[in-house]
Design a protein around this ligand. Sequence first.
Ligand code: SAH
Length: 399
Amino acid sequence: MSLPTALIKPGEADRLIAGHPWVYGNSIFRLTAPAKDGDVVQVKDHRQRFIGVGFYNSRSKIAIRLLDRERTDFGASFFRERIAAALALRRKHMPQATSFRVVNAESDFLSGLIVDKYEDVLVLQTSSLGMDKRKHLIVAALLELFQPTAIVERNDMGSRKFEGLHESNAVLHGEAPAEFTVQMNGLTFRVPAGGGHKTGLYLDQQVNYARVAELSQGAEVLDCFSYLGGFALHCARAGAKNVTGLDQSEEAVKAARTIAEANGVTEGLSYDTTNVFDWLREKTVTGPNERLIPRYDVVVLDPPSFTRTRAAVDGALRGYKEIHLRALKLLKTGGTLATFCCSHHVDARLFEDVIVAAAADAHVMLRRVRSFSQSPDHPIVPAIPETEYLKGFAYEVVR
Ligand code: SAH
């Protein structure tokens, strides 16, 4: 069967040939035959050289999401093989993990699909029409590869409307669990199935939780933007003397306390419901002739992305600088700042520039002692820059 062909304008094909899967509508010169939204099209450059095949959607700014460099029918075996390859990568690089992201969209050459494994429950998100239409094939592949007790769909992202998709939170297999159980590094996080961020938890920090915890034995730890206490709990278990988690969400703080109790890690661990900016300001403002006595050995900064768009980067940088400056004032000499940035628009270089500027203002020198990235279940494909978003550093404070 011949497929409709999208011919790409001159100059627009190189990025696609290099492996980037997004074909913007305005880079298509013309379609050789009408294509239905959600159907397969082939993509060629303006000289008719074949580039690949993918799912078409005229409604989306990303009109085609390329999925293969060769022609394929996108049948059951395509999904089984590609998901199996994604799983093999996790097993290789996170052999101990039992909860992890199984498929991370572009990172696994499956643009439009996210699958998280929370022990024996799988949570699926489809963010393109083409992927959404093939949910039954994806579910079949997941059943075969995982034998999960349940597969649920968490399709309540606003972005679906750009693809002409409605919100949907259906149960695709088994019975809807009331809560998800997530094991990370031997700690158990139970979260209500309905709420939470992303599909429920920050799996991308799984490796970093353990690495930051290594730095916090016997330490006074402050975990800013603590959410369910991923860092706080790991640090407390690793033998921190005292841990304080801060988050403005009452719901998150409540859940974090419950999780700490369920893990039997409560000694020296407490959470405050507060705005981190206000809290840090209050703790660092000094009156005339007053000197601030730094209290903490470890401060963790893991804020939400302050910018979803390139246009808002300047404001975000001011926010990052402010919290770093104040966190540094609260750190003892020799103490450690562990800091993360999950905005794709602020790269590691720009992020570190802000930290260095904050250190200058705080009159401290920093020595970088760790670099962090996203956990291996969120693989980075350099040809697709959007796949890299989480970066972090740990610095020792030298005064
Ligand atoms: N460190 C967490 C993830 C943090 S997500 C983990 O590893 O799981 C960001 C968190 O910051 C959210 O829980 C959100 O409620 C909180 N938050 C956002 N802005 C805030 C602010 N100004 N003050 C305090 N908390 C804030």
